[in-house]
Ligand binder design. Structure first.
Ligand SMILES: Nc1nc2c(ncn2[C@@H]2O[C@H](COP(=O)(O)OP(=O)(O)OP(=O)(O)O)[C@@H](O)[C@H]2O)c(=O)[nH]1
Ligand SMILES: [Mg+2]
Length: 591
């Protein structure tokens, strides 16, 4: 399930696994940024089994520190007590909700502690605040104290088994098995719940990944559908430029048989789900796609008399949305997407309720859900592309990749220069600690998306075909399959180039604290992390060459003809590459 936050992804999963809206609040739903853990639910016969993987201690500590910095910064800016309180209660990325774990009783005292520290020695400027939280004993003690309180909460789990790290100071994961449905939901409440009455006991904000297996099935279909549903974190309402899907989602795409873009029917399709659709098509997943409209029960108005009126309105909404992708996707992929969504869009409402076939308002929803389940079960039709032999020139890919790297190396420092210094510093620290990004700042996800776009652009334009030119649908199937095979490796290279092999540079930039050094920090990043993207890094790796090589290998494995590789002499970096035309190929105008 992919879609904006609050669209109804988790509610749809609840319908597919048949958990009762009144008595089994699993998985948790609410209005905003509810699902934060990667959640997989496997419907299968046998016992119930659950496993939860926790965030690492270092990450939780960093997040708590962020909350204290945000609260202190609010107070230093002269903002009211309540704003500082909110900042402590939940991290800005809405994952670490300390209020869920620790309740609300400690919040006022913690704000008062910060207030008294600042009163005693006012911060010279906002840039000093983050530094003070890290160095001043009282504020450091506050962070440590909160972390210890969080750690203590794990020991109060009544059900299941905790597995700890080697030093036994922090749990790695939790697991639980039972043959009773009600026991499963009691046990899982603290690991996956959001119920207000349980605030102060919940560990759900600590959970990064959750998998539940059991004999679960929809109430409106009497059998276990052998389905694994994967829920994802909701997309923000404003899409990032090239990448709208989080890395965690991109990593999962290849193993998903179907991808459902979920959207709220009560408003026209927004930019974020559209950008997600575009990215899914570009990454080669078109034939897995469906669009599910939720909240159809809320689509009302003087112009809507019947369900036909409503469905026609939604069809028009899909059409207009898809039409807006025409230029971007190109004619063939665009037309295929339109056909795919004509047949595979589902109009669903009342999903938050236990559906009843005797209720005339709900029977169309049950029919639609059954149609969806039928599609989920159906095997995908694959087009045989084994005999297709497109011919490529790898230098065409190099020049495209170099353009991506150059654009990225210029745009990111420019964008970071305009971003609040605290966000940039948090990004530096997050990547230095082993992450890929922070909040909306997701360089690895964006680079991966841009590189995949460049590869797609390259494979869609072979210089010729060795035999007859294949039909459009065959070509599309070939290109899609190729993109899917390279996605994982492209992500690995981008992650290594921007994060893995550059941790020391991010670390160095993160130690330049405060607003005053913000310009210097971005300059450091521009020179180290981003600057080397277009060339060879200190470790001898190169984005352009590494990606070219992995595409070359994948192309050979797919039987493509890349025999006319013309490697330019000397160092290609920093030069504009001119495609070398061989006399024998000069007449191929397709290029
Ligand atoms: N009336 C009505 N409410 C719905 C429907 N589908 C979902 N909801 C409600 O919409 C809200 C958001 O649903 P969620 O399933 O939590 O949304 P989500 O997409 O998982 O959101 P995130 O986890 O934040 O990404 C909840 O309050 C649901 O009860 C529907 O078909 N009709
Ligand atoms: Mg959700």
């Amino acid at each position: 399930m992919v879609g904006t936050t609050g669209a109804g992804k988790t509610t749809l999963i609840r319908q597919l696994i048949g958990t009762d809206p009144g008595t089994e609040p699993f998985p948790a739903t609410s209005t905003f940024k509810t699902t934060t853990a990667e959640t997989e639910i496997l419907c299968a016969p046998g016992d119930f089994y659950a496993v939860a993987v926790f965030a690492e201690r270092i990450k939780v500590r960093a997040d708590i520190e962020d909350c204290v910095v945000a609260a202190a910064a609010a107070l230093a800016e002269g903002r009211p007590h309540d704003i500082a309180r909110d900042a402590l209660a939940a991290h800005t990325d809405e994952r670490l909700r300390l209020e869920y774990v620790l309740g609300a009783d400690w919040l006022d005292a913690a704000v008062s502690t910060i207030e008294s520290v600042l009163r005693h020695r006012p911060a010279a400027g906002l840039d000093e605040v983050a530094d003070r939280v890290r160095t001043e004993p009282t504020l450091r003690a506050l962070v440590d104290h909160l972390l210890a309180d969080v750690a203590a909460r794990f020991t109060t789990l009544r059900f299941g088994q905790l597995l700890t790290d080697d030093d036994e100071t922090w749990p790695r994961c939790w697991q639980f098995t039972t043959d009773e449905r009600s026991t499963l939901f009691s046990a899982i409440r603290r690991l996956a719940g959001n119920d207000r009455g349980s605030h102060g006991t919940l560990l759900s904000p600590m959970v990064e990944a959750l998998r539940v297996r059991g004999p679960l099935h929809p109430t409106w279909a009497g059998e276990i559908p052998y389905l694994m549903a994967v829920d994802t974190e909701g997309l923000g309402h404003v899409p990032l430029t090239a990448a709208s899907l989080p890395l965690a989602v991109i990593e999962q795409l290849e193993r998903a048989d179907r991808i459902i873009v979920v959207d709220d029917a009560t408003h026209p399709m927004q930019a974020a789900p559209l950008a997600a659709l575009r990215q899914l098509v570009m990454a080669g997943h078109l034939d897995k796609l469906a669009l599910c409209f939720t909240h159809a029960d809320g689509v009302v108005g003087p112009n809507i008399g019947t369900t036909q009126d409503r469905d026609s309105l939604l069809r028009r909404s899909v059409n207009q949305a898809v039409l807006s992708l025409r230029d971007d996707l190109g004619e063939t992929a665009w037309r295929a997407l339109a056909h795919q969504l004509d047949a595979h869009h589902f109009v669903l409402g009342h999903l938050d309720q236990r559906l009843d076939s005797r209720n005339p308002a709900q029977t169309p929803v049950i029919a639609e859900l059954n149609r969806l389940l039928g599609w989920l079960r159906k095997e995908r039709v694959t087009i045989d592309t084994s005999s297709l032999r497109p011919v490529y020139r790898l230098n065409d890919l190099r020049s495209r990749l170099l353009a991506v790297a150059e654009q990225f190396a210029t745009a990111w420092p420019e964008m970071l220069a305009k971003t609040h210094w605290r966000q940039v510093q948090a990004l530096c620290r997050r990547i230095a600690d082993g992450g890929d990004g922070y909040a909306d700042l997701q360089p690895v996800a964006q680079l991966t998306a841009s590189v995949l776009d460049a590869i797609r652009d390259f494979v869609e334009r072979p210089i010729r075909w060795t035999d007859v030119v294949p039909a459009d649908d065959q070509q599309l199937a070939l290109f899609d399959g190729f993109l899917r095979t390279v996605t994982g490796e492209v992500l690995d290279v981008c992650r290594a180039e921007l994060a893995g092999s550059r941790r020391a540079d991010w670390e160095q930039a993160s130690t330049q604290v405060g607003m005053a050094t913000a310009i210097q920090r971005v300059a450091t990043l521009a020179a180290t992390v981003f600057g080397t993207l277009t060339g060879v890094g200190t470790d001898g790796t190169s984005l352009v060459e590494d990606v070219t090589e992995l595409v070359r290998r994948a192309a050979l494995n797919s039987g493509f003809d890349i025999g006319d590789v013309v490697r330019p002499a000397g160092n290609v970096f920093g030069q504009t590459l001119k495609p070398v035309r061989r006399p024998g190929l000069a007449h191929h105008r397709g290029f």
